[in-house]
Design a protein around this ligand. Structure first.
Ligand SMILES: [Ca+2]
Length: 402
């Protein structure tokens, strides 16, 4: 088994070297923009009772390096982010030929660079606003907004409006997730910027935006406002946008749209991968440890202060994987018995596991869902059903094995 894992890891490393990507939802307490939770009455498939076994169903296979799958609550369309700089529409099982958005002219593709994440404004149906994270040819990270016409099938790239530009010291660790909480604020994950070991100490530096999760108000201010209850607004020298710190590369995070819990997958350096959880009611301000700690261990030290550090809910080592792909909480209507289950996986070895916070139950699903190849992301449709994206271009839905 370990030998097999080593082979998969070696394959993943080879693919990384030839230029593929690496590493690796919404709701909480106060709610100006509530995310609707689908009910059995509106479910597009007949619900299956109990906790059925699972299988995958191939949805589409012609994407170029798909990294993210999102929907503004639209039952007819899914939006798939391609790393090179395009967003494509998936209508049913058909990929619309003309890209929804094409910004390949300003996106620079690299192993961990490119067009990395997408979030629709909670009132997208009214205002057409959506947000992306991309890196340019100078490696600078851009957090920007575009505006689409109501029901439009294409977006004018000249509608781009910059929220943040963040210079990057090295090639890797750009993170890339964008998601709105049900507090109506936009959360943004940024990696430490590289390289090995975070040499500039960005993760622990509250004066830097790298190695953080940010929280901003895109409905006020120019180009945005800082929510007054952000945890570091009164701390001299700290960037007020910071929600939490001490991350290496929090490639994917997700909110449980029912409980408001925040799940963060942080990609490790050389020993441990992490799933971190901030339980609701959320206040922010946590230090998740990097680069003082990796997983539950001191990083490059035999001892270290553990004071003030929030340790992961789950860690796994580099015999089991090498790059965590943070997942999503199932809140779909088709398998109500699995509601509240957080699925996640590993980019390199392709295992799929889950945890339920209510019972603490952990499960491995790899035998049912298959060992996914270069698993970049999980996504959720308007019904709350879950999808998995592979860098090679395939998108699978998790469905009951009946
Ligand atoms: Ca950590």
């Amino acid at each position: 088994m370990r030998a097999e894992v080593s082979i998969v890891r070696a394959l993943a490393v080879v693919l990384l070297l030839v230029g593929v990507s690496a590493c690796g939802g919404s709701g909480d307490a106060t709610s100006p923009s509530p995310v609707p939770t689908p009910s059995a009455a509106t479910c597009s498939a007949t619900p299956v009772s109990g906790q059925p076994l699972l299988r995958v169903e191939l949805v589409a296979s012609s994407f170029a390096r798909p990294l993210d799958l999102q929907t503004p609550g639209d039952r007819s369309r899914l939006f798939v982010v391609e790393q090179g700089g395009r967003i494509r529409i998936l209508r049913g099982r058909t990929v619309v030929p003309t890209p929804y958005l094409d910004i390949t002219d300003r996106v620079s593709l690299g192993i961990e660079k490119g067009l990395l994440g997408l979030a629709f404004h909670p009132r997208f149906a009214e205002n057409g606003r959506f947000f992306v994270n991309y890196t340019d040819a100078g490696d600078t990270t851009h957090i920007v907004e575009f505006r689409a016409g109501a029901g439009a099938e294409t977006v004018d790239p000249s509608t781009e409006r910059t929220l943040l530009e963040i210079e990057q010291p090295f090639d890797g660790h750009k993170a890339g997730q964008l998601a709105f909480g049900s507090d109506g604020y936009l959360y943004i994950s940024l990696g430490d910027g590289g390289s090995d070991g975070d040499p500039f100490g960005n993760g622990q530096n509250l004066g830097a935006l790298l190695g953080k999760i940010l929280r901003i108000d895109v409905d006020r201010g120019q180009p945005y406002a800082v929510p007054p209850d952000n945890p570091f607004v009164a701390r001299p020298g700290a960037r007020p946008e910071i929600w939490a710190y001490g991350f290496r590369n929090p490639w994917r995070f997700a909110f449980d749209r029912v409980t408001g819990d925040l799940f963060i997958g942080d990609v490790g350096q050389s020993r441990f991968e992490e799933i971190n959880v901030e339980r609701a009611p959320r206040r922010g301000g946590q230090n998740y440890g990097w680069n003082l700690t990796e997983g539950n261990s001191c990083y490059k030290a035999t001892s270290c202060s553990r004071e003030g550090i929030t340790f992961p809910m789950i860690e796994y080592n580099h015999f089991e994987g090498c790059s965590v792909t943070g997942g999503v909480v199932y809140r779909g209507c088709r398998m109500p018995g699995h509601a509240g289950t957080y699925f996640y996986g590993d980019f390199c070895t392709g295992f799929i596991s889950s945890i339920r916070l209510d019972s603490g139950e952990q499960r491995d699903w790899t035998s049912q869902l298959g060992q996914r190849r270069l698993l970049t992301s999980f996504g959720v449709d308007a019904d709350g059903e879950i999808y998995m994206l592979e860098l090679g271009g395939d998108i699978y839905q998790i469905v009951p094995a009946l």
